[in-house]
Design a protein around this ligand. Structure first.
Ligand SMILES: Nc1ncnc2c1ncn2[C@@H]1O[C@H](COP(=O)(O)OP(=O)(O)OP(=O)(O)O)[C@@H](O)[C@H]1O
Length: 283
């Protein structure tokens, strides 16, 4: 069994490889407009970006800037008003097992054990109960919940439930994991532990991750690239490569390089948040 440090070292070479990897997600000139009783809301305005296979990319921006809408478009829950989204070169026309999703709330089946929650997807996809159970047990070990395999969700802490939700999303072996503020409901300490364990898990599975957050520290700590979004209408303001070494631990936040990335992001986000606040005030 590899140690956490060996896994992280392995991840470093994978990170180098991602700059050469094929394009996994191609969001091309996507605009999304919602009709509301108060008129049209442009949630995304000509958003374009590409993500390579195995990359960890954070979508960062102020509340209401359209992060979830863009993520939902990749998931196939929203249809672009204009533009196109491709995953592995295929146009996205709806949800599919190649894209796993994790939300802020774990949404587990309360009547199923941890193992059954995780094996549910593979069972539905036609795996035998033995195969589905083996997939679940592997993932349960990866998220560090072996002792709780037979436990029910209500007996677990919020962080543990979210680890089950992540394992469940990975059970169908998706090429892409889409995460919408998955640690937003957790306390600060649990959140920090979850961030480190997500990086260790990513080192093992190599899945492309798109992670939505409005937390600057979380985005810089996790990502290979941060896509900074502007508020209303949502646009990509900056595509920032985070060239910080891996493995990353909590001490990283004390480094001057980290501080420089944070200052860049803070300045941009502050300007955008103020702009959004002013817009809301006059509506
Ligand atoms: N189904 C919908 N119908 C109408 N308006 C919507 C719908 N979904 C989102 N919006 C609007 O689109 C804009 C972008 O919303 P979205 O949830 O994508 O932002 P966000 O950046 O994820 O925000 P938050 O961080 O607060 O979740 C907001 O103005 C929101 O009110």
């Amino acid at each position: 069994m590899m140690t956490m440090m060996q896994l992280a070292d392995n991840r470093m070479s994978l990170a180098d490889a991602t700059t050469q990897a094929p394009i996994e997600i191609d969001v091309d000139d996507v605009s999304i407009v919602f009709d509301t009783p108060k008129g049209q809301v442009v949630a995304a305005d000509r958003v374009s970006f590409q993500i390579r296979r195995g990359e960890f990319v954070c979508l960062l921006g102020p509340s209401g800037c359209g992060k979830s809408t863009v993520l939902n478009t990749i998931a196939g829950f929203e249809t672009p008003f204009e533009g196109s989204v491709r995953v592995a070169r295929k146009p996205v026309t709806g949800p599919g097992p190649d894209r796993g999703m994790v939300f802020q709330q774990p949404h587990l089946f309360p009547w199923k054990s941890v193992r059954s929650n995780i094996s549910h997807g593979p069972s539905m996809a036609g795996k035998s109960s033995k195969q589905a159970g083996a997939i679940a047990d592997d993932l349960i070990a990866m998220v560090g919940l072996t002792r709780f395999a037979d436990a029910y969700p209500h007996t677990l802490s919020g962080g543990m439930q979210q680890r089950v939700a992540i394992a469940r999303a990975l059970a169908n072996r998706p090429a892409v994991l889409l995460m919408d503020e998955p640690f937003g409901a957790l306390d600060a300490q649990t959140r920090a532990v979850m961030q480190e364990s997500l990086l260790a898990l990513w080192a093992q599975v190599g899945t492309t991750i798109v992670f939505v957050t409005h937390d600057i520290d979380e985005a810089i700590f996790l990502a290979d690239r941060v896509l900074l979004m502007s508020a209303g209408p949502g646009r990509i303001l900056r595509d920032l490569r985070i060239d910080l070494p891996r493995p990353r631990s909590s001490e990283l936040v004390l480094s001057p390089a980290y501080a420089a990335y944070k200052k860049d992001c803070l300045d941009l986000i502050r300007a955008e948040s103020l702009r959004a606040f002013d817009q809301q005030a006059v509506k």
